[in-house]
Design a protein around this ligand. Structure first.
Ligand code: DGL
Length: 276
């Protein structure tokens, strides 16, 4: 009997990831963890961060420019790590580019619906993410019976970047934002911002250990792995993937905060002047 040849198509081009700044490194960390052989190109738009306070038009424009930069790096897929960009700009990105584009909203929403037992889900994110209602719409599209309680938490991302080592102050901010959601008896909370996984432990303390926390960085990385596997686009490399970092402003701050987010040294960061 003749053996059928198994068709394997590998793609050794890097995965492109962009974010408004440093926060998307939480996605890089998860992705590099489950796909260690993949090369990654990261672009943080540090000159124009934050996106969370900006208008939809501006966020769409910046996101398109970020995607164009990544395409110049010959990426095989783009991950929109930024929750704000994903909420507001994903349809425009998908309309404009042929390369597969993955946002964080759909994977996070799917995991929230899977985890939730009482049909009450909380979502926190930047002002623009919450205003867009993207998580809520996506969750209800997956399961119409879900009740979604959303809250913008504009102070959280800057506080996390400032690395408040005073846990009491951070806990007060978390309480201020989460107490109203707690009163709604949510049993699942979507961490709808790149920065929030960093303070997952404190959030769990405030909400109680029985509340499910959905880390959209983890959900998205799992989704990317599945997508690359199914479309046979995984890298065939046997060595550890390399990560290249690009930013649009000076590199020092990115290095300082990024090493904390990534929990490892970042040696080379390149500043590019693009789209400004
Ligand atoms: N990366 C953004 C997000 O996940 C947070 C920071 C910002 O406002 O740009 O929504």
């Amino acid at each position: 009997m003749k053996r059928r040849k198994v068709l394997r198509q590998n793609d050794n081009r890097p995965i492109g990831i962009f974010d408004s700044g440093v926060g998307g490194l939480t996605v890089v960390k998860e992705l590099a963890g489950i796909l260690p052989r993949e090369d990654i190109v990261y672009y943080g738009d540090t000159a124009r961060v934050p996106y969370g306070t900006k208008s939809s038009n501006t966020i769409v424009r910046f996101s398109i420019e970020n995607a164009l930069f990544l395409l110049k790096q010959n990426v095989k897929l783009i991950v929109v790590a930024c929750n704000t960009s994903s909420s507001v700009a994903l349809p425009a990105l998908k309309r404009n580019f042929k390369v597969p584009i993955v946002g964080v909203i759909h994977p996070g929403a799917c995991d929230a619906v899977k985890a939730c037992r009482n049909s009450r889900i909380g979502v926190i994110g930047t002002t623009a993410t919450i205003k867009s209602d993207a998580y809520s719409r996506q969750i209800k599209r997956i399961s119409a019976s879900m009740k979604v309680y959303s809250r913008g938490c504009p102070l959280l991302a800057p506080a996390i970047e400032e690395s408040l080592d005073d846990d009491r102050l951070m806990t007060d901010i978390i309480r201020y934002y989460l107490d109203p959601l707690k009163k709604m008896r949510i049993d699942t909370l979507v961490l709808g911002c790149t920065h929030y996984p960093i303070i997952k432990g404190l959030i769990a303390k405030v909400l109680g250990r029985q509340t499910n926390l959905v880390d959209s960085a983890k959900s998205t990385s799992a989704h990317v792995k599945e997508l690359l596997t199914q479309s046979m686009l995984l890298s065939s490399s046997r060595s550890k993937g390399r990560i290249k970092f690009f930013v649009s402003d000076e590199t020092q701050n990115f290095k300082r905060i990024g090493e904390r987010f990534l929990n490892k040294r970042i040696d080379h960061i390149r500043k590019v002047v693009y789209g400004i």
